[in-house]
Design a protein around this ligand. Structure first.
Ligand code: PTJ
Length: 233
């Protein structure tokens, strides 16, 4: 709510948050072993990228600003503001908010470097020519389906965080962390920090991760959660 009052989050962001919470109850409001495996693979993929970018929307900025900034420092990923319900004013608010939390340069707010992804109809088509447009790996927490699919068409590797393992984003991403972003981010920062000290392990971690299998098992966990809830009545 604070993020909404501060003008970072749009009303649609509150609805998206509620959708996420519903899945979180079914998962048991905990980070599963499956999510931990996805977090490790995500850390490895970010560390092995040539030009990684972290895409930040209103919800992400409001929920985990410190961790997002820290992750960009640990992995060398650039930060880019990218809004679905876009306005220049909110974009600047998000960028300033990140800088208040320790970020250096934040991309996505200077029209001079604005480029369009033709496959996307929404405001998310606007990307920064120095950031997402040139990236090989893009981290897109709490994303809508269209852009993830478009980024895949552009041959980029995509890492998502989404409590709904059936969303189009979850299904299209290369690595999907089915967990609450609030729990994921501190773990992701810590894991990236540790992996950065043993880089020889990175290729094996990426190779050993199977996103489809991870999603299938995450869905089973949710279905089990819903059965437990209905039998508790
Ligand atoms: O700030 P903007 O304008 O860029 O808008 C951001 C939102 C989130 C409103 C926009 O990207 C949107 O509408 O997203 P969707 O299509 O609702 O997708 C968000 C996904 O994130 C849904 O599948 C939710 O279940 C999931 N989700 C919501 N809250 C969390 C979450 N996943 C992990 N952690 C959460 N806290």
């Amino acid at each position: 709510m604070k993020g909404f009052d501060a003008g970072l989050v749009v009303p649609e962001g509150l609805a998206a948050h509620g959708r996420g919470e519903a899945f979180d109850y079914l998962i048991g409001e905990r980070t599963t072993k499956l999510a931990e495996a996805a977090i490790k693979a995500a850390a490895a993929m970010l560390l092995s990228a040539k030009s990684p970018v972290i895409s930040v929307n209103g919800n992400v900025a409001a929920l985990v600003p410190d961790e997002i900034v820290e992750l960009s420092k640990v992995t060398g990923a650039k930060l880019e503001v990218n809004l679905f319900h876009g306005s220049g004013t909110r974009g600047m608010k998000v960028a300033n908010w990140l800088q208040k939390h320790g970020a250096g340069e934040v991309l996505g707010v200077d029209e001079k470097f604005s480029k369009k992804i033709p496959e996307i109809q929404s405001n998310r088509r606007k990307v920064d020519s120095r950031g997402i447009a040139a990236a090989d790996v893009v981290f897109v927490p709490l994303e809508d389906g269209d852009r993830t699919e478009a980024l895949k068409k552009l041959k980029k590797k995509v890492i998502a965080v989404d409590l709904n393992p059936m969303s189009r984003t979850a299904l299209a991403a290369d690595i999907t962390i089915v967990d609450n972003i609030v729990r994921t981010m501190p773990r992701l920062v810590e894991t990236a920090r540790k992996l950065s000290l043993s880089r020889e392990n990175i290729p094996g971690v990426i190779k050993g991760f199977d996103n489809k299998a991870n999603l299938r098992e995450s869905l089973k966990t949710i279905l089990k959660g819903s059965k437990n809830l209905s039998s508790a009545r």
